[in-house]
Design a protein around this ligand. Structure first.
Ligand SMILES: *[C@@H]1O[C@H](CO)[C@@H](O)[C@H](O)[C@H]1NC(C)=O
Ligand SMILES: *[C@@H]1O[C@H](CO)[C@@H](O)[C@H](O)[C@H]1NC(C)=O
Ligand SMILES: *[C@@H]1O[C@H](CO)[C@@H](O)[C@H](O)[C@H]1NC(C)=O
Ligand SMILES: *[C@@H]1O[C@H](CO)[C@@H](O)[C@H](O)[C@H]1NC(C)=O
Ligand SMILES: *[C@@H]1O[C@H](CO)[C@@H](O)[C@H](O)[C@H]1NC(C)=O
Ligand SMILES: *[C@@H]1O[C@H](CO)[C@@H](O)[C@H](O)[C@H]1NC(C)=O
Length: 889
């Protein structure tokens, strides 16, 4: 204290001030590990003299022991003999750091080196002032640091965690501290990962800071010196040689941490297997795991398993997708959410209902319920393995990256289309024996299997013509179809018949189809077959034909005998005398003809070979008509009627001689293709001929015509006598009468015959209108003689005259008036002299005005002349009276 004060005073007095030397070493005590280097620094300040100071080091084992000289900066022989070897070898050295600072270095400290170390500086001061020596204690502890790392697995899968365990211990004698450092050596360079200690703090390597803060690297301080570093979700970049470095520290006064010993050990080489390398995916059928294809029936459930094998499964998040023919069906996302891909194509295909679930740690099961043909395909399972980059604990969704993607080999799934099957039996219900009879065929569907619910049956009927006789080819025609929905689709050649209802296709019982013809035609003969198809509703809602079977053919044929008709006429009432009733019965018998209608013609002829007259007709609809040859007056006497199903009656009442002849029925059979249609002629036939023949043993008559003169002058009266004569059993004149008619045939200007007048059998005279100025009268001279008088003939009366007479007589046998055959006379010619008339006419015209005298004379002469010439005609009034008498009868 006083020294300092003195120094201070001295210094103040001296130039500059008070200088007092200060020598310092670190305060210590220094704890060092045996065998490790030791360096002790010493510096001096506040000194005078040269700038460069010298230093001397001494030591003593303990404070009381004798000092031993170690080394000096200026005296090479300074060292104590016990240390000179170590100094010479450089084990102990002193290094000048500055002019006023040196460092004592012991390369490998020995336990005997423990003690007190003194640093001295020889004085260069003008005044001894301050301290010239400093001391520090050195404690040498044995090297008890042990670093024993646990060897990590040499191969680990990507994404898994690696635990790096290192046992760092030392025996605690002095207060020393430990730190542990993990590092990764790749190639030549070692990268520090993390250091723990010595103060309990953590220092991360530059490249690992982010990962450490994300939680990807965790430190687990263990007991008994074990330190564990866990690196999560390793990737291939984590491959290399891991090292563990244990360090022992001492904490010296002044806050300085001194590393006193360290030990770095290789833990081992770690290889990271990429996920893709270890990931394997297999898909298999749940029922037969070994097979790569499977066959299902519609409606079955498809069950497939996706098995995943990967080294580090727990550290991965998997996305599982099932694909069929490359199309996604269903996906389980890595979150576990299952998404079905229902709208994979434009149209909503009716696929089975898919589900996906995790049935084990490594298995995912796909189930598709109610499979159909749409579900066929190659099924594969795709796995995408994701690794989370960030730490799991580092809140929220970490950053994921896909580490691997693998697809299984496919399993081929087939859905068998079991087609409906059934048997067909085609049988005739009604077989026609002849044309126009009905035909009915039934097509029975039996033993139906695999017809799905909602399935329908449709039928198509086919007709094939019979094998041709020559080279005529057989011709097949569709008759019509009843489709799955019951719609009738007629074949082109049968369309009209089907539409009109003469034939029909129907479904009569659930599984029986019928084909019916009301009236079979010859063209309907042939082979028939029914083709039955099964229809199901497709997934699109359409009717789809799934199966079709054709029956064996059934031949329908019958004898094609032509329809024939036989008509027998039979006289049922005989007219043996005139006026009696004739009746005829015509019976029809048919062959090869179905139901028919008949038309009847009653025909007659006078003699075999003479012309045929139609008396009456009866239509198939029972309409009666009279033939043109029938006297309208006699229509009431004629009857034609249907008297039985195949029987017709003809009656003729009051037969007359003119009715004699042959009578027969001409019958035609008519058929209808269908009710309401027009009659079609089938066949016709004539009956035998029935004769009306009665012998009238009456008189026979003759006729004759005469005239007095064939030439008359105009204005004269012409007379013509029609004489009848009777022979044989001549009746009494009262029982006899004639009907007489006169005819005139003008020869000039066209030979036309006109009736002039007639007298009937009752004496009634009838005169026809004539175009002539002449007059006509008929007088009956006696029963058999009739006279025609033409009064005041004209030129136009020239021509031929004849008479026709019909005798009537009271038949002795029947007591009835009977008509005898008509008699026609020969013709006589009458000429009215035209030239005389003309020569008389002109003198008359010119003579009247010429001479009244000649006129008067002519008048007198004319009267006299007329009195003489016309005497013969005086009978006329009497004849008239006679005719009047006849009329009175
Ligand atoms: C660590 O090493 C020390 C010393 O060798 C030993 O006593 C201790 O049991 C070891 N710890 C473990 C966990 O092995
Ligand atoms: C051992 O760790 C300590 C402390 O981190 C460090 O200073 C030293 O350089 C390391 N030693 C080796 C050989 O890496
Ligand atoms: C569904 O499937 C289609 C076709 O494969 C595909 O394009 C689509 O991406 C899929 N959708 C989903 C959600 O998987
Ligand atoms: C229907 O099946 C039964 C039994 O299998 C068989 O005996 C019968 O002949 C079959 N019927 C037809 C028409 O095939
Ligand atoms: C018509 O003639 C047939 C035989 O030809 C006979 O069986 C039937 O009885 C006759 N009918 C009448 C009404 O006489
Ligand atoms: C009569 O003759 C006249 C002329 O000559 C003629 O116009 C008339 O039609 C005739 N009548 C008959 C009934 O011939």
């Amino acid at each position: 204290m006083d020294k300092c004060l003195i120094t201070l005073v001295f210094s103040v007095l001296m130039i500059g001030g008070c200088l007092a030397r200060v020598v310092t070493v670190s305060s210590g005590p220094l704890i060092r590990v045996e065998g490790q280097p030791v360096s002790i620094r010493c510096d001096v300040s506040e000194y005078m003299g040269p700038r460069e100071q010298d230093f001397e080091w001494e030591m003593s084992r303990d404070a009381k022991a004798q000092r031993i000289k170690i080394i000096s900066t200026f005296d090479s022989g300074y060292s104590h003999a016990s240390l000179s070897k170590r100094v010479a070898s450089g084990d102990i050295s002193v290094v000048r750091l500055k002019d006023n600072e040196v460092e004592l270095k012991i390369a490998e400290v020995k336990s005997v080196d423990a003690g007190f170390f003194y640093c001295q500086t020889p004085s260069t001061d003008s005044v001894i002032s301050g301290n010239y020596e400093a001391q520090v204690q050195l404690i040498v502890i044995p090297n008890t640091l042990k670093v024993s790392p646990q060897t990590p697995p040499s191969v680990i899968p990507e994404g898994s965690d690696i635990t790096l365990s290192c046992n760092v211990t030392r025996e605690l004698t002095q207060s020393t501290y430990l730190s542990v450092t993990w590092s990764l050596k790749k190639g030549g360079t070692s990268e520090e990962i993390l250091t723990f200690g010595p103060q309990g703090g953590v220092v991360t390597g530059q490249k690992y800071t982010r990962r450490y803060t994300d939680g990807g690297i965790r430190l687990v301080p263990g007991k008994n010196g074990v330190f564990e570093l866990v690196i999560s979700r390793v990737t291939t970049s984590d491959e290399g040689i891991y090292e563990c470095n244990g360090t022992e520290w001492t904490h010296e006064k002044g806050g300085k941490w001194i590393k006193i010993v360290e030990s770095k050990r290789e833990m081992g080489t770690v290889a990271v297997t990429p996920t893709g390398q270890s990931l394997s995916v297999t898909s298999s059928s749940a029922s037969s795991p070994s097979s790569t294809s499977m066959l299902l029936s519609p409606g079955d459930t498809l069950t497939l398993l996706c098995s995943v094998a990967v080294d580090n499964l727990p550290s991965l998040a998997l996305e599982v997708t099932w694909l069929a023919d490359g199309r996604d069906i269903i996906t389980m996302e890595r979150s576990g959410v299952v998404i079905s891909n229902t709208s994979s194509s434009g149209t909503p295909a009716k696929r089975g209902e898919a589900s996906l679930e995790r049935t084990g740690a490594e298995t995912y099961r796909l189930a598709v319920r109610g499979v159909s043909g749409e579900d066929e395909g190659a099924y594969a399972c795709r796995i995408r393995a994701f690794v989370e980059k960030g730490g799991r604990s580092a809140g929220g969704g970490g950053r994921w990256h896909m580490a691997a993607e693998k697809m299984s080999s496919p399993v081929t799934v087939k859905v068998s289309q079991i087609k409906p099957s059934f048997s067909l039996t085609l049988e005739p219900i009604l077989s026609p024996q002849m044309t126009a009879e009905p035909t009915e065929l039934a097509c029975h569907v039996t033993n139906i299997t695999h017809l799905p619910t909602g399935g329908r049956l449709g039928v198509t009927w086919k007709h094939t013509t019979l094998p041709g006789i020559g080279d005529e080819p057989q011709d097949s025609n569709p008759i019509g179809t009843l489709d799955g929905q019951g719609n009738l689709l007629p074949g082109p050649t049968y369309s009209d018949r089907l539409k009109s209802g003469v034939m029909s296709l129907s479904r009569v019982q659930p599984n029986t189809f019928k084909l019916q013809f009301l009236r079979s035609q010859e063209i309907d003969m042939g082979e028939y077959a029914c083709t039955v198809s099964a229809w199901t509703i497709s997934s699109q809602g359409d009717m789809v034909k799934t199966a079709e079977y054709e029956s064996s053919p059934l031949t329908v044929r019958w004898d094609t005998k032509r329809p024939s008709l036989n008509v027998v006429a039979k006289r049922t009432r005989e007219a043996s005398v005139g006026g009696a009733t004739f009746e005829m019965n015509c019976t029809v018998s048919t062959e090869n003809l179905g139901e028919a209608g008949y038309s009847v013609l009653i025909q007659s002829q006078d003699n075999l070979g003479s012309t045929t007259r139609t008396i009456m007709t009866l239509s198939p609809d029972n309409v009666v008509q009279h033939g043109g040859a029938t006297d309208p007056n006699r229509r009431d006497s004629l009857v034609l009627a249907k008297s039985g199903p195949t029987e017709f009656r003809f009656r003729l009442a009051g037969v007359q001689l003119s009715d004699r002849g042959f009578y027969w029925c001409d019958i035609t059979a008519w058929t209808k293709q269908q009710p309401g249609q027009a009659w079609t002629k089938a066949t016709s036939s004539e009956s035998n001929k029935v004769r009306i023949d009665f012998q009238e043993n009456g008189p026979s008559f003759a006729i004759d015509i005469q005239s007095d003169s064939s030439t008359v002058y105009p204005w004269q009266t012409a007379k013509m006598k029609c004489s009848l004569s009777v022979s044989g059993s001549s009746p009494k004149t009262d029982d006899l009468a004639y009907e007489v008619r006169w005819f005139f045939t003008r020869l000039r200007g066209g030979a036309t015959t006109t009736e002039l007048a007639s007298v009937d059998r009752f004496g009634v005279v009838k005169k026809e209108d004539r175009n002539s100025s002449s007059d006509i009268s008929i007088e009956r001279d006696d029963t058999h003689t009739y006279m025609l008088n033409i009064h005041g003939t004209q030129d136009s009366d020239s021509g031929e005259y004849h008479c026709i007479a019909t005798p009537w007589y009271l038949s002795a046998s029947t007591g009835a008036w009977t008509q005898a055959g008509e008699l026609t006379s020969s013709r006589i010619f009458l000429t009215v002299r035209f030239a005389v008339w003309e020569s008389l006419k002109l003198p008359l015209l010119y003579g009247v005005s010429a001479s009244i005298g000649v006129g008067l004379f002519s008048l007198v002469l004319g009267l006299v002349c007329a009195q003489c010439c016309c005497r013969n005609t005086t009978h006329t009034p009497r004849s008239r009276n006679k005719l009047m008498d006849l009329e009175m009868d």
